[in-house]
Write a protein that binds this ligand. Structure first.
Ligand code: BJ8
Length: 380
């Protein structure tokens, strides 16, 4: 009998359930005594915990359930991502936080930095000092932070991160990145082979997989099947999403846009920002290669932030984008200020329509988003 091949909709729904299902995997994992590292940001060089034998799981929370509990300690007018992440940790409702042996944070935005101080009251936390420029001096500082993280991991997990283990981890993470790129690049087809919602569900679920070799294989196979199946029948305007991470707002934002368009590209963390650049596997100095690759991430906490502009320009061209939508989470100062520069580049330099929306994790603005984003896509 031939091997059972899952239907594509089943594959999409498995990925969308991944976050929830991995709770069980994480529990199993812990029972076997394997270490788990919790992460809050794309700047974490995941290869280092991997080389220490640990799996990495994202702790950024995506629901507003525990925000009231967070607001007992943190100000109300704070980014929902920070409040939700802290709230889940404080109320012990996030099993990933609960199972994490060590949480690693980076000095990105002020809100996150200060939140780590609260978190350290109930969890071991290692904060990496991330410089906010991408100069050569900054690179050396960041590289020294990678060595500091190496030492912290070795001490906590009683292991040695050898060069060999680290290079193996670099190769494995690159393999996962390549397969992610293969998968989301299928959206360059016009019309795309799947909806933006299906695409995002896979992107969102993939980081909750611990079996990285299988994940890479499955994503590559999925990409091949999508190419074979071909485009969706109807042509619609093609949207690129940029801005803050959208894990907590994607359902309402993508559904509003896909009333009459396709979201074909995700520049945010969770999409291309986190995956598009590989680590130089053959570099003589693997720490420097890692430091360079991670420091290159185009987050708005960098100033200036040319890499975000470069990536956006390339994606707008490669994905034949008709409109750019920037999602800013409420009170996120750096993305909010930078949105003015993004608007200038997108509309003036590239002549592509642009809209910026500010939102939070509640559903209160769903109707308003449908109206605003619906009007935007209608005019494309
Ligand atoms: S690399 S985008 S994951 S910092 S939205 S908490 S910036 S106030 S999440 Fe981010 Fe790393 Fe950058 Fe990506 Fe602060 Fe803004 Fe909230 Fe943010």
């Amino acid at each position: 009998m031939g091997e059972y091949i899952k239907e594509l909709p089943d594959v999409f729904s498995e990925f969308s359930e991944q976050r929830r299902q991995s709770f069980l995997t994480a529990m199993e994992y812990k029972k076997q005594g394997k270490p788990l590292v919790g992460a809050f940001c794309t700047y974490l060089p995941m290869e280092l915990p991997l080389a220490a034998g640990a799996s990495v799981v994202s702790l950024c929370s995506v629901s507003d359930e525990t925000i009231p509990a967070a607001e007992q300690d943190l100000p109300r007018n704070l980014c929902p991502l920070i409040k939700a992440s802290y709230g889940f940790a404080k109320t012990d409702k996030c099993p990933y936080f609960y199972f994490s042996d060590l949480v690693i944070g980076e000095t990105t935005c002020d809100g996150k930095k200060k939140m780590y101080e609260f978190l350290s009251q109930f969890k071991p936390i290692h904060v990496m000092e991330l410089p906010h420029t991408q100069s050569e001096q900054a690179l050396q500082l960041w590289k020294s932070e990678l060595y500091r993280l190496k030492a912290a991991l070795e001490e906590r997990f009683h292991t040695e991160i050898t060069e060999e283990k680290l290079r193996a981890a670099v190769r494995l993470r690159n393999q996962v990145r390549r397969s992610m790129i293969e998968f989301y690049d299928t959206m360059q087809m016009d019309p795309p082979p799947m909806s933006g919602m299906d695409c995002y569900n896979v992107l969102n679920g993939a980081p909750f997989r611990f079996d990285l070799e299988n994940l890479a294989k499955e994503l590559t196979e999925l990409a091949a099947r999508l190419r074979e199946r071909g485009s969706l029948p109807e042509r619609k305007p093609r949207i690129l999403l940029t801005g803050c991470p959208i894990g907590g707002v994607y359902k309402k934002v993508i559904s509003a846009l896909e009333q009459s368009a396709y979201v074909v590209a995700f520049e945010n963390c969770g999409g291309a920002k986190a995956t598009h650049e590989l680590v130089d596997e053959d570099a003589d100095d693997i720490y420097e290669a890692l430091a360079r690759r991670y420091l290159n991430i185009g987050c708005s906490c960098m100033t200036p932030n040319p890499n975000r502009m470069t990536l956006l320009r390339k994606m707008i061209e490669d994905y034949k984008i008709d409109g750019v939508v920037e999602v800013v989470l409420q009170t996120c100062l750096t993305y909010s200020v930078e949105s003015g520069l993004i608007r200038q580049m997108v509309t003036k330099d590239l002549g592509v329509p642009y809209i910026s929306i500010e939102t939070d994790y509640s559903m209160a603005d769903t109707a308003q988003l449908q109206t605003r984003l619906g009007a935007f896509t209608e005019m494309l």
